[in-house]
Design a binder for this molecule. Structure first.
Ligand SMILES: Nc1ncnc2c1ncn2[C@@H]1O[C@H](COP(=O)(O)OP(=O)(O)OP(=O)(O)O)[C@@H](O)[C@H]1O
Ligand SMILES: [Mg+2]
Length: 256
C-alpha cells in the first residue's frame, strides 16, 4: 500500500534527551482515518513519540532527533514546513483538560483568530462555534452557556471542549495523550464514544496506559518498550495473537 494510505510515517526515528536515548529507530505508520493506540509501560517513550508528530519536543533545548517523519506525505523537517501550519493540521489533547481561562465561545474561536489571515465576521464565528460544539456532542448542553467560563464546566465537558476547539482549524490528525486519565468512568465512556465518532474524518493517535481502553477504542495498536516499537498490528490481533513474547507478557499484565 502506498504511503498515501498513512497520515504519519516515521523511518528509523531516534531521539535523545541530552545523552539519554528515548526513541530507538522507530518506524511507525498510522493509517488515515483510524484510531491508533500507543501502549507500553511508563517511560517507554509514548509521549515522546507523540510529541514528535507536531515537533513539540523541540521546545526542550537538549533534544536531538535523527531519522524521518512524514505527515500527510511531507517531511516535517523540510525547510519550507511552517510550524504554525503543522500545528494547525496536527491538533493535540492532553491528560488534563486545559481550556483557556476564557468563555466557551472564546475557547473555540481562539485558534481561528490566530490562524485566519482574513478576519472572520461574527456570523462565521458563530457558525464555527456551533459546528464544533455539535461535532463533539456539546451543542445542546452548551448552546446557552457559550458565555460561561470554560473552566466552570464538568471535566468531561472541558475535555470535549478541548477537542472541539481544534476542529475549526480543520486538523488532519489529532494526538491525544492519556485524554481520559483525569476523567471518571462515565466521562471516559463519553470521550471514547466521541473519538469513535471523529475517526474517519480525522486520524487519531491515542496514548493510553489502559489496555481495556486501547481495546475498546483503537483500530490499530502499537506496543512500545524502552524506546523501541516492538509490535504494531490490528488491535484485535495484537491482543489475541501477539507476535512478540514481550507484547504477550505486557498485555497479560506481567509488567508495567
Ligand atoms: N524533557 C525530558 N527531558 C529528559 N528526559 C525526558 C524528558 N521527557 C521524557 N524523558 C524521559 O524519556 C523517557 C520516555 O518518556 P515519555 O514521557 O515519552 O514516556 P511515556 O511512555 O509517555 O511514559 P508515561 O507512561 O509515564 O507517560 C523516560 O525515561 C523519561 O524520563
Ligand atoms: Mg506519557
Amino acid at each position: 500500500m502506498s504511503d498515501l494510505a498513512y497520515s504519519i510515517v516515521t523511518r528509523d526515528l531516534s531521539l535523545w534527551y541530552g545523552e539519554f536515548q528515548a526513541l530507538r529507530s522507530v518506524s511507525f505508520k498510522a493509517r488515515n482515518g483510524l484510531i491508533t493506540a500507543l501502549i507500553g509501560p511508563s517511560g517507554c517513550g509514548k509521549t515522546t513519540l507523540l510529541r514528535c508528530f507536531n515537533r513539540v519536543n523541540e521546545r526542550y533545548g537538549n533534544v536531538t532527533t535523527t531519522g524521518e517523519i512524514r505527515l500527510l506525505g511531507k517531511n516535517i523537517y523540510d525547510e519550507d514546513v511552517s510550524l504554525i501550519e503543522l500545528r494547525k493540521s496536527v491538533g493535540m489533547v492532553f491528560q488534563r483538560p486545559n481550556p483557556l481561562p476564557l468563555t466557551v465561545y472564546e475557547n473555540i474561536v481562539f485558534g481561528l483568530h490566530i490562524h485566519s489571515p482574513a478576519r472572520l465576521n461574527a456570523s462565521a464565528l458563530d457558525e464555527a462555534v456551533e459546528q464544533a460544539l455539535t461535532d463533539v456532542g456539546l451543542w445542546m448542553d452548551l448552546k446557552d452557556k457559550q458565555k460561561s467560563k470554560a473552566t466552570s464546566l464538568s471535566l468531561d465537558q472541558q475535555q470535549k471542549l478541548c477537542i472541539a476547539r481544534l476542529l475549526p482549524l480543520k486538523p488532519e490528525i489529532i494526538l491525544m495523550d492519556e485524554p481520559c486519565s483525569a476523567l471518571d468512568v462515565e466521562a471516559t465512556r463519553q470521550v471514547e464514544e466521541l473519538m469513535l465518532e471523529l475517526a474517519g474524518r480525522y486520524t487519531i493517535i491515542i496514548v493510553t496506559h489502559n489496555m481495556a481502553q486501547a481495546k475498546r477504542v483503537s483500530h490499530e495498536c502499537a506496543f512500545m518498550l524502552m524506546g523501541e516499537l516492538i509490535e504494531h498490528s490490528r488491535t484485535e490481533d495484537l491482543f489475541i495473537r501477539p507476535l512478540d513474547k514481550r507484547t504477550a507478557e505486557y498485555i497479560e499484565g506481567r509488567f508495567g
